[in-house]
Design a binder for this molecule. Structure first.
Ligand SMILES: [Fe+2]
Length: 269
């Protein structure tokens, strides 16, 4: 494990976190600019290239296909310490509560021509609505039990670079996307999240989204940290009998230990 170069930054104020959380709940996606420093972006980029190039990435089942890596916290303290980087973690806790924890820590490194470019919700549709109910009521807050924090390490300033696209408010639809390439929800079509390396964005798992096709000549680097409420159990591959390596826990703060899964007793165990 090499030295962590993660910056100790202050959290946002509780008021700002609540305001950002409200926007996230309403739209299903939220861009927070200027979180990582250029030094962090460069170090994370170099380190993830090292992981993809390491033959052990295959033998430890770190790779998921050719261009997605998983369980990055096992590989390098810098990826581990990013899990509790401020102002990210306080914002995550504002949305999911103080008992939230990590459920996935992936990296998507997609070269030109590679993308998950059909619109989808992640994993499954939580609460499907019958045909005669058009949507969930906008006066309610649609639940958020888990979501992804996306951390681009390359600039994605125009569509040719393959930014994430989402349909605002579509997590209220109670449905799968109504078109795999150009879905609309209440007259609104997809919006691109144009962002710089070092910005972060939060993505509700139920909002319709995709990675736009990467039509540039540059590989897209995207670090992902998915968090959930405590009641959704962690399950890192190979799921049954997964054991957190001891070196990941060395020197970890109480908050980091909790994010890695250390909880007091409570409901369901
Ligand atoms: Fe997705």
């Amino acid at each position: 494990m090499s030295t962590s170069l993660v910056i100790q930054a202050p959290p946002f104020s509780p008021e700002k976190n609540r305001e950002l959380a409200d926007r996230f709940h309403r739209d299903g996606c939220l861009l927070v600019p200027d979180v990582l420093t250029p030094g962090e972006v460069a170090a994370l980029t170099e380190r993830v290239d090292r992981i993809f190039a390491d033959p052990r990435a295959k033998t430890t089942d770190t790779l998921y296909g050719e261009w997605i890596a998983t369980r990055l916290f096992e590989w390098d303290t810098m990826f581990r310490d990013m899990l509790v980087r401020e102002p990210l973690i306080s914002l995550v806790e504002t949305i999911l509560g103080p008992d939230c924890h990590l459920i996935a820590n992936n990296f998507v490194r997609n070269a030109p021509g590679q993308a998950i470019d059909t619109f989808h919700v992640d994993d499954l549709l939580w609460f499907p609505l019958p045909d005669d109910l058009p949507r969930y009521d906008a006066r309610t807050r649609f639940p958020c039990f888990l979501f992804n924090v996306q951390i681009p390490l390359t600039d994605l300033l125009t569509d040719e670079f393959g930014p994430t696209q989402f349909v605002p408010g579509s997590h209220y639809s109670g449905r799968q996307p109504n078109d795999p390439r150009n879905p609309t929800f209440e007259g609104k079509g997809p919006v691109s999240i144009h962002c710089k390396a070092g910005d972060i964005y939060l993505q509700h798992s139920q909002v319709w989204h995709r990675g736009a096709p990467n039509k540039s000549t540059r590989t897209r680097y995207l670090l992902q940290q998915a968090y959930s409420m405590r009641f959704i159990a962690q399950r890192f591959y190979p799921f049954l009998n997964y054991r957190m390596p001891d070196h990941v826990l060395e020197g970890a703060s109480d908050r980091l230990l909790r994010v890695l899964g250390k909880h007091g007793k409570g409901p369901y165990g």
